[in-house]
Design a protein around this ligand. Structure first.
Ligand code: SF4
Length: 308
């Protein structure tokens, strides 16, 4: 396949964040792909989980525009199910003056997405670039590969943020086109992992071990620190011990503090927030937990950072 042909590959994108300072070095263009095999109860991007586009309603942004006898928020409540909402309201996003009701997720070609990414390229300097995230970008392997190949061909730094839950054959396709892999590690206890994410961690741990045996790409392990799940010394110490068992291959561990910024999105999707009433961690608590991890990985000298 010629490099230009990769531009024709299509996938579902639900957001593109430009000028981001997260998810990789320098200034990033973060492309969010839809679809994820996990259902983490604390997920901050619930609109990413289903592969297909979804209808969302931010009721507070509705201005009761008068185009319809029954305003969208009232119809939304009365419909009760996602299918009925789509049947009754699916056309309204195209005429809503405020964007209160909107579809999230759009089918786009890799070439079209790259045209948007390319607009940021003058600002990348030497370290910035493209980050594929989601959702779980490996759910759309051909599209992810196309984007990475196109970026690589233009000399753009490439990163992938992943839960690690994908077939090894998908990583085999993507790894040669990556400069950086941001690998989420949520828990080493398989049963706890299954209970709170919907799937056990066997594939995630096995893939991480295989990647650690390879010389590239650069590998950063990221741990979302979630109260009620893994925000305790024993859980994080066990995760750090697993990272230590990979030797010096992991260049950094990032601890990502739990937040509730995605909570309103559940309401906009017509779903309940499944991880309620959890206190946010203080800076002091995060520092203490970071110290626990740093102590565990000290023999390998792996830096531990809060945020990422
Ligand atoms: S189209 Fe938009 S502004 Fe009008 S009723 Fe629906 S959500 Fe409200």
């Amino acid at each position: 396949m010629e490099i230009g042909d990769w531009g024709l590959v299509e996938g579902i994108v639900f957001d593109i964040q430009r000028y981001s300072v997260h998810d990789g070095p320098g200034l990033r263009t973060n492309v969010f792909l839809k679809g994820c095999p996990l259902r983490c109860a604390w997920c901050a991007n619930p609109e990413s989980q289903n592969l297909q586009p979804e209808l969302m309603l931010a009721a507070h942004s509705c201005m009761t525009c008068g185009q319809f006898v029954t305003p969208c928020p009232v119809c939304w409540e009365e419909a009760g199910s996602a299918d009925l909402r789509i049947a009754q309201l699916g056309e309204r996003p195209f005429v809503c003056p405020t964007g209160a009701i909107h579809w999230v997720g759009e089918r786009r070609s890799a070439g079209d997405v790259m045209a948007e990414v390319r607009r940021d390229a003058p600002f990348y300097d030497r370290s910035g670039g493209l980050t594929l995230t989601g959702g779980e970008a490996t759910m759309q392997p051909a599209f992810a590969e196309a984007l990475l190949r196109l970026a690589q061909a233009e000399g753009i730094h490439t990163a992938l943020e992943t839960s690690g839950h994908t077939q090894w054959s998908v990583f085999e396709r993507l790894l040669p086109h990556l400069d950086l892999l941001l690998y989420d590690l949520k828990h080493v206890d398989s049963e706890l992992h299954r209970r709170h994410t919907g799937l056990d961690n066997a594939l995630i741990l096995a893939n991480l071990c295989r990647i650690a045996d390879l010389p590239a790409p650069k590998l950063i392990v990221r741990v979302p620190v979630i109260p009620g799940f893994n925000a305790d010394a024993a859980s994080l110490s066990a995760i750090a011990a697993f990272v230590l068992s990979l030797g010096r291959r992991v260049s950094e561990i990032n601890l990502l503090p739990y937040h509730t910024l995605g909570k309103s999105k559940y309401q906009a999707l017509g779903r309940d927030y499944p991880w309620d009433d959890q206190p946010r961690l203080t800076d002091a608590e995060m520092q203490r937990l970071a110290a626990v991890v740093a102590t565990e990985v000290a023999p390998a000298g792996t830096p531990v950072r809060i945020g990422g």
